[in-house]
Design a protein around this ligand. Structure first.
Ligand code: PLP
Length: 585
């Protein structure tokens, strides 16, 4: 039908864009792989050959409850995520006169409201070579491409240099489970500052921090470094040292940091697939030992089955931050079974899901014990942090294994190099202990409440999108969410700039949003209003098609269904946080 034709044309256009890019630069892809992430539900319940993927009895009841909770696939399927995108320097052509006129007005209002941030960017543009500023560069709206500069941040709120107050849903890339600068974290930092923070001598808190990562995360041992990227590099080296194999496998659409080895891009070539560098400066060599496959796809299991005995590590982002609507439970269970059988290590990269999905992260959520798990972010509430944790056997590579005093035991296991001047930094360790103790104290009920509030916000937002026939969907897992835009939406990046203009701070380059325990009902109402106002404004500007007018309604009127979807939930006054533009209407 028409939908299929549209998809074919869109694919052709993408292909042409890539061919043009290939003519321009040395690292452009030969051809993109088809988006393969949309696996029918049926495919998730059976392994290749038709056997049942796992024994459901092996899954703890609590985990089954969590992972089997309804998580409908988002109606809109986004393209497979690739972290690095080449600079788009196309001219501002391609917009209609209506879009152009609206955009000029919007940019003027945006730049006026955030003039100090813009002046700051202009002032420091030369000394500060900030890749984030150009991560999603577009000439058509370059006048508003600058970061909102924070003056201070507390709880759910951020104040910028112009004094604008925002409800922040970027929340430090997901580092803040409790909002910005909660008192117990600030106290932990101050206490440590008073004791001194020299690196070198062992931090008195590193042992307790490791103990908490193990107890809460369901691991046996842990080591600390300074970022998720480092932790992933550590896990890869550990697996290679442990197994004596060099090949590693990971999946398209995941993000595992910015080291060479994880910056592969899956391409289709000559009827097969190959992994090529996804960013300039990434050499081919480290990718020679990488097997990259579509995520949550039974065909990937088949390919892995053929090669598993040569693979050191299968690395997986159990719920991809770019696909919070996917719950690849059967796929993960099958990976667990296959890796265990082949002596391959299974690695859950839980930089986002760790201590976010629940106390025990994705291991608890899916009821699957990985060999290695990487964490960071929430663990130190915004301070630099990376953690590799896992089973006693796999973790032995970091120190040669456990040994004791007073007998003749010694570190007998294979050991490799893992070292950094700032590893176990005393301030990061102090914050890790404070955050993890707080998670331990508040436990599952805290997550139930936060995740439930997020789910209700998503339902309300999606009801509004549906009522107004907006081709946008909000998708979430626990308190992490994203918006997916249909192909009918022109310039979807502008949606994030509208949210910022409406007083909701986002990180436009990632588009991954987070709620925290610091977000109040009023904050949620402000987020909802800002989302609605942004969608309506983009439609007025001609970036989102009009819905067909119902009988008796004039085009452009708010249909009754939309008016109903906009009504505040009981207990909240309609005017409490209505955005300026929505209020006017
Ligand atoms: N792995 C995952 C799943 C991530 O989401 C991230 C960052 O967002 C990383 C690794 C890299 O972590 P970092 O930015 O701390 O280097």
């Amino acid at each position: 039908g028409a939908g299929a034709l549209e998809r074919v044309i869109a694919q052709q256009l993408r292909l042409m864009e890539q061919q043009i890019a290939a003519l321009r630069g040395p690292v452009a892809p030969v051809a993109d792989v088809q988006p393969l992430s949309a696996v029918p539900a049926a495919a998730q319940t059976a392994a290749p050959g038709g056997q049942t993927a796992t024994d459901p009895a092996a899954v703890p009841a609590q985990a089954a409850r969590l992972a089997d909770a309804p998580a409908p696939r988002a109606k809109i399927q986004p393209e497979t995520f690739v972290a690095y995108q080449p600079l788009n320097t196309e001219g501002p052509g391609g917009l209609t006169a209506r879009q152009r006129e609206y955009l000029d007005g919007f940019m003027a209002r945006y730049a006026e409201r955030t003039r100090a941030s813009k002046a700051h960017q202009a002032r420091y543009h030369v000394p500060l070579a900030d890749s984030r500023v150009t991560a999603r560069f577009r000439r058509a709206w370059k006048e508003i491409l600058y970061p909102v500069v924070s003056d201070r941040a507390r709880g759910s709120r951020v104040w910028d240099l112009d004094g604008n107050e925002y409800v922040d849903i970027g929340q430090a890339f997901g580092c803040s489970l409790f909002g910005h600068a909660p008192d117990f974290v600030s106290r932990a930092i101050q206490d440590q500052v008073e004791r001194g923070y020299g690196v070198g001598p062992q931090s008195a808190l590193a042992g307790r921090a490791a103990e908490l990562v193990c107890e809460l995360g369901g691991n046996q041992r842990a080591v600390f470094c300074n970022s998720g990227t480092e932790a992933v590099m550590g896990a890869i080296r550990a697996a290679r040292a442990y197994t004596g194999r060099t090949k590693i496998a990971y999946f398209a659409g995941s993000y595992h940091g910015w080291s060479d080895v994880v910056l592969g891009r899956l391409l289709s070539a000559g009827g097969g697939r190959e992994v090529r560098p996804s960013a300039p400066g990434v050499p081919e060599l480290p990718l020679g030992d990488v097997l990259m496959l579509p995520f949550d796809d039974p065909e990937s299991l088949r390919v892995l089955a053929e090669q598993m005995r040569d693979i050191a590590l299968v690395m997986v982002e159990p719920v991809q931050s770019r696909r919070p609507d996917m719950r690849p439970q059967a796929f993960l269970r099958e990976l667990r079974r296959m890796t265990r059988e082949a002596g391959t290590l299974l690695h859950f990269d839980e930089l986002i899901t760790g201590f976010r999905l629940g106390v025990g992260g994705a291991q608890e959520f899916f009821g699957i014990q990985a060999d290695l798990v990487t964490y960071g972010k929430i663990v130190a509430g915004g301070l630099p942090m990376g953690v590799v944790a896992g089973t006693r056997e796999a973790m032995s590579v970091f120190d040669g294994g456990v040994w004791s005093y007073g007998d003749d035991s010694y570190p007998a296991a294979q050991r490799t190099l893992f070292a950094g001047a700032y590893f176990k930094h005393p301030i990061s360790m102090a914050v890790a202990c404070a955050v993890l103790e707080e998670i331990r104290r508040r436990g599952a009920p805290m997550y139930d409440e936060l995740n439930g509030r997020t789910a209700r916000l998503m339902e309300r937002i999606n009801a509004f999108f549906e009522a107004g026939a907006y081709p946008i969907t909000a998708a979430h897992v626990s308190s992490c969410f994203r918006f997916f835009f249909g192909r009918e939406v022109a310039c979807p990046d502008l949606f994030h700039h509208h949210l910022i203009h409406e007083g909701v701070l986002v990180i436009p380059e990632t588009g991954t949003h987070f709620l925290t325990t610091a977000h109040t009902d009023d904050d949620l109402e402000r987020i909802f209003r800002a989302v609605c106002a942004s969608a309506e404004a983009m439609r007025r500007g001609g970036f989102i098609p009009e819905p067909p007018a119902a009988p008796g309604e004039r085009a452009g009127d708010r249909p009754e269904t939309v008016r109903a979807a906009l009504a505040p939930p009981e207990g909240l006054a309609a005017s409490s946080s209505t955005s300026a533009e929505t209020a006017k209407r």
